[in-house]
Design a protein around this ligand. Sequence first.
Ligand SMILES: Cc1cc2nc3c(=O)[nH]c(=O)nc-3n(C[C@H](O)[C@H](O)[C@H](O)COP(=O)(O)O)c2cc1C
Length: 194
Amino acid sequence: MEAKMTQTLILLFHPDLSRSRANAALARAAQAVPGTDVIDMQARFPAGLDMARDGKAEAARLIAAERLVLQFPLHWYAPPPLVQSWQATVLTRMMYLLPDSEGACLAGKPFRLAITTGGAADAYRNGGRNLFPIPEMLAPLRATANRCGLAWSNPFVLHDADSLSEEQLEAAARTYAADLVAWQAASLPVLAEA
Ligand SMILES: Cc1cc2nc3c(=O)[nH]c(=O)nc-3n(C[C@H](O)[C@H](O)[C@H](O)COP(=O)(O)O)c2cc1C
């Protein structure tokens, strides 16, 4: 099955989007950005991904995207477990089983994380309430991106996600959409000179 071309692919990993405020608001705003596809991974893979059943199509989805976002709420200082299932299935296929025909297609592809946290920004600093800054919490994913040759950009981070008013949430969602537009413009595929 051929995946259709997507300019910006957002893989959204929320354990239950029907109970989400923050990620749901961000996803709605992102979906309205032209050329953006948001996939609710939990709805699509409620029991996790399976290499034989899902590997080929999900690899094709990544190859077809010009840039990739992984969006999720921080749970226990880490991504939700479905992210691990996706990595173990799709990235293992691409990088370990088919590095030349599939893995190489990730080289240079713009990549970023978009995360929400219940904790306040001030909690995420050395010696703060949550002990470590956000970049340290995200280090394994950054190393993974590096291993895959993905081009890392600074993550979009929404703190205090459980205590924002509707207005604050809508403002954050608008900022997210604007960020995506700016990132798209900054990472347009290079066209050959005429
Ligand atoms: C099981 C669980 C674990 C959580 N762990 C963290 C955490 O480690 N750090 C943090 O800042 N917030 C944590 N939170 C708060 C979530 O990050 C927050 O509820 C989420 O980002 C809000 O987004 P949503 O409205 O899309 O669910 C946790 C929430 C749950 C339910």
